[in-house]
Design a protein around this ligand. Structure first.
Ligand SMILES: NC(=O)C1=CN([C@@H]2O[C@H](COP(=O)(O)OP(=O)(O)OC[C@H]3O[C@@H](n4cnc5c(N)ncnc54)[C@H](O)[C@@H]3O)[C@@H](O)[C@H]2O)C=CC1
Ligand SMILES: [Mg+2]
Length: 341
């Protein structure tokens, strides 16, 4: 059974400005002239060889640097770089203040000189993603994903001829073939047996980290089929139910569209048979273990056996938190039922 458990309340609250911003962005994708004009008064997020330009905050976190396009233009001019570089910028959105937002990879310019001029540092997204504010991380990830797509889509895979982008960078065209940015659909499921939840770890995960199980969708599969297949393949389980929770764009290692689900198995069929070629380990964890691990902010010290969960920006964390909350509520209900009048 598949059912949606999330509502769209945050979007409907500021509906009129949300609608106008979305329509503005859509117009810029279709109208090269309007997009070129919006670029002149827009905001620019810079990248250097796909590493975003970031500033350190007093609290030890990082923030993306948004510069006015005109500022970026004068900095690039001062550094003697080609003014045509700005034409490679890609539209990524529209701010709450109705300013068009663009990103640009300035990988041809000297990194250190540019960092000094822009008062920030270009930091690998893998190292910086979890230190970015939750509200801004998706925009940076989107910028990197679009820039990477342009850098790797210069030629038509049918004819081998060059492809050419529109002004917004929302598509590339070669003859009558149009290419759009691509994401790979991935399902991620938090499986519960009613009392415990299933978490697994890959060899490549940081020490002590366990996560919900994930897998790429095969061609032709539905979401339910992918979740069922992945759980059968990776841990030998058959599912009773699947319910949709939420989704996210995930930049690592390339663009994935993560579709987050909760799933259940019968408490009578929880025996795991872990495919060691996919997972180093998979185990059932109690609510208590999960609640404790949700408080842990850094990897456990070397030599200790502490559980560490994916950070807040990751949809895995959201699924695990939702499960813990739901378990706590049902425990509370059980306790209430036991109290006599
Ligand atoms: N945001 C989050 O909370 C989490 C995100 N993830 C992401 O989910 C993704 C998938 O998880 P895995 O367990 O690794 O998937 P998986 O279980 O499907 O195994 C990966 C293997 O699938 C194959 N594969 C099939 N289609 C592919 C495609 N389109 N692109 C790349 N490989 C493909 C490759 O052989 C690859 O080695 C990973 O990229 C990981 O970064 C995983 C856990 C948490
Ligand atoms: Mg997997």
């Amino acid at each position: 059974m598949l059912r949606a458990v999330r509502t769209l309340a945050p979007l409907t609250r500021c509906c009129s400005s949300f609608v106008s911003r979305m329509r503005f962005v859509e117009r810029l994708k279709r109208d090269d002239g309007a997009c070129a004009a919006a670029l002149q008064s827009g905001q620019m997020f810079l990248f250097h060889r796909l590493a975003p330009l970031l500033q350190r905050t007093e609290r030890g976190t990082l923030r993306p640097v948004a510069r006015r396009t005109s500022d970026v233009q004068s900095i690039l001019q001062r550094l003697g770089s080609d003014p045509a570089l700005l034409e490679k910028s890609v539209l990524i959105g529209c701010s709450q203040q109705n300013q068009a937002q663009f990103c640009l990879d300035v990988g041809e310019v000297d990194q250190e000189v540019l960092e000094e001029a822009c008062e920030g540092n270009f930091i690998d997204l893998k190292k910086s993603f979890f230190l970015l504010p939750a509200a801004e991380a998706p925009l940076v990830a989107k910028g990197q994903a679009l820039l990477r797509w342009h850098q790797t889509s210069g030629f038509c895979s049918t004819t081998g001829r060059p492809t050419f982008r529109n002004r917004a960078g929302s598509q590339r065209v070669s003859g009558d073939i149009i290419y759009y940015p691509k994401m790979s659909p991935v399902v991620i499921a938090l499986v519960s047996d009613g009392k415990r939840c299933l978490l697994g770890r890959q060899v490549s995960f940081p020490r002590g980290m366990y996560s919900a199980l994930a897998g790429f969708c095969d061609m032709g599969e539905s979401l339910e089929e992918t979740v069922s297949r992945e759980l059968a393949e990776e841990v030998g389980l058959e599912l009773l139910s699947i319910s949709y929770s939420s989704s996210q764009h995930w930049p690592f290692p390339h663009s994935s569209f993560m579709i987050g689900c909760h799933a259940t198995v019968s408490p009578a069929h929880t025996q795991l048979s872990v495919d060691q070629s996919e997972l180093e380990d998979a185990r059932w964890f109690s609510l208590e273990e999960v609640v404790t691990a949700l408080q842990v902010k850094a990897p456990p010290p070397r030599g200790t056996a502490g559980l560490w969960l994916p950070p807040k920006h990751a949809i895995a964390n959201r699924l695990i938190s939702e499960w813990a909350e739901q378990q706590r509520r049902s425990l509370d209900r059980e306790t209430e039922l036991q109290i006599p009048d």
